[in-house]
Write a protein that binds this ligand. Sequence first.
Ligand SMILES: NC(=O)c1ccc[n+]([C@@H]2O[C@H](COP(=O)([O-])OP(=O)(O)OC[C@H]3O[C@@H](n4cnc5c(N)ncnc54)[C@H](OP(=O)(O)O)[C@@H]3O)[C@@H](O)[C@H]2O)c1
Length: 272
Amino acid sequence: MVMPEATFGVIGGGMMGEALITRLLDQGVFVPEAVIVSDPQAARREILHHTYGVQTTAENQAVIDAAETVLLAIKPQMLEAVAENLRFPEREKPPLLLSILAGVTLARLEQEFLGWAVVRAMPNTPATVGAGVTALAAGEAVSTAQREQACAIFASVGTVVEVPESQMDAVTALSGSGPGYIALVVEALADGGVAVGLPRAIALELAIATVRGTGELLHQGDLHPAVLKDRVTSPGGTTIAGIAALEAGGLRSALIEAVRSAYLRSKELGQS
Ligand SMILES: NC(=O)c1ccc[n+]([C@@H]2O[C@H](COP(=O)([O-])OP(=O)(O)OC[C@H]3O[C@@H](n4cnc5c(N)ncnc54)[C@H](OP(=O)(O)O)[C@@H]3O)[C@@H](O)[C@H]2O)c1
């Protein structure tokens, strides 16, 4: 079904699609009636419609036909199946596709969405609370106005940086996947607290507040992490004892390898 009043479309109303929709509506970037979302699950469509007042459809084609700007928020592995069922009617101006698919290149997207201007973007899950960071790389057909529009859309969920496309897999491996690594660190810190006698709820609260406060301090104080580490580390004290244990356990190389593995996986996803 075509809904001509809709201007912003979302294909894939999952976790990231919803995170963007929530913030875009909260910030008044789009009104609910101007948003159309496609998702195969009726239950999912029902939730999105009732929670946000957006239009929903099971037909991706309805989104393509109705919207001038489309956020593609399906899994990378779904791209071929989704794109082969789409038709792209001629338009006066090329519509804008914002893809957040890990690994999938501008060249591939431009091939699948013939005649569209394409921006490849990599947001992260703190976007849900407006504290995300999104890296963008724009294709050659993207106009200045469309580039500004892409920046404004992702600015509604946090900060935006523009990078060359060659850096997008690295961005995906660091800030895209990073919230997963940090969540693991928070959970492990809380486990450590429990191991030395703290109640679970207090341990988790302390771990979250510590990660959050450290991030804020590094950000607001414009501190190099090594400077902060040195400030916390009293001679002969507790922190150096903890850091020695982390170094012995290979924390640094584990994190470096995590980013490297995610980078290689992003490249692989781009070829699937
Ligand atoms: N999660 C993150 O932190 C994050 C960060 C940056 C970028 N990304 C990228 O964002 C994309 C979405 O990730 P996500 O975590 O939001 O995944 P998700 O929650 O699984 O969302 C994908 C949505 O697309 C739906 N879908 C499946 N087949 C479809 C089709 N043929 N047409 C339309 N919609 C379809 C899925 O429905 P079903 O559940 O029924 O399959 C689901 O609701 C991925 O490409 C990922 O690389 C994710």
